[in-house]
Design a protein around this ligand. Sequence first.
Ligand code: NAD
Length: 325
Amino acid sequence: MLAKTKTDTSKATQTQRSVQRKVDADDRKKAKSKPDGAMQAGARKYPEPPFPKQHHPKPGEEWQIKPAPLYDAPFWQGSKKLDGKVALITGGDSGIGRAVAVLFAREGADVALVYLSEDRDAGVTKQAVEAEGRRCLTLRGDVSRRPFCRRAVAATVKQLGGLDVLVNNAAFQVHSADFADLTEEHFDTTLKTNLYGYFHMAQEAMPHMKPGSAIINTGSVTGIDGSKQLIDYSMTKGGIHAFTKALSGNLIPKGIRVNAVAPGPVWTPLNPSEKTAEDVSQFGAKTPMKRPAQPEEIAPAYVFLASSQCSSYITGEILPIVGGY
Ligand code: NAD
């Protein structure tokens, strides 16, 4: 009886070692082969790190970023998903906001852009929207200030004839390596821009919105995972995710959907105007895809969440676009 048990066990041991030998050989082969490059699964090839070392002043201007962020999605065919709509996009002059403005226009929307002080970037985005055959209003101001938000919404409604889609997207982000060095001024600027800005804009926009309207908030992977050098910023992004879910329930009776997009690293002025030049050169390298997204790879999610044709049964969701987990 004992002998039989011993025979059975040794066979299983042999099988285990045979499996192990095969995997060891595979590992040796893999160690000698070239490391995998960045993942390229897009409609065109996207830039990969290392990027030129650079560090720009806040708030960050897109015309200074090398290589230039890709936002115009030349392969994207418009199909009237936002025909006749009016959208207001905060932080719409550059980065994700610029790419969203262009795709919204290609889908038939007129667009108002809010930005802090980057007049040159705003001019480029305005031209790009107009080249799609739509109207564009540029509004320079500070979203942390309620009176400006009120004026921005009023100007949009007056000059573009209504407001159907609000994209809350403006943000302030600067790292602090040591928590003890995070000043109250820094903390306050982040919270006032990222949280109060979204709150003011949503409350001012809401009375003008009809059933079928949509609010889209830009969150972040840092609001899901946290980021040790972006404590204040991560707090606001987690807050934006909770704001999205809570407000979505509140606005269901009004027929207004509220969702968020939570990007991982995206090649925009935000990070080159806050990280060290060394960190900027490796931006996005640690994601499974080994590169940052380009703005035009994020913007389609906003079209999807803005259009009643695509997402009429979706509200209160956070859509992460992070290059793999
Ligand atoms: P960006 O620098 O192009 O956009 C930030 C915008 O915020 C600018 O247009 C700026 O004018 C505006 N802004 C800043 N402070 C303002 C204020 N007080 N009033 C009005 N406007 C103000 O960078 P981006 O990466 O396109 O950022 C867009 C959004 O994406 C932000 O909410 C950001 O937190 C989020 N995000 C970015 C990344 C990334 O890696 N780039 C990752 C996750 C989330």
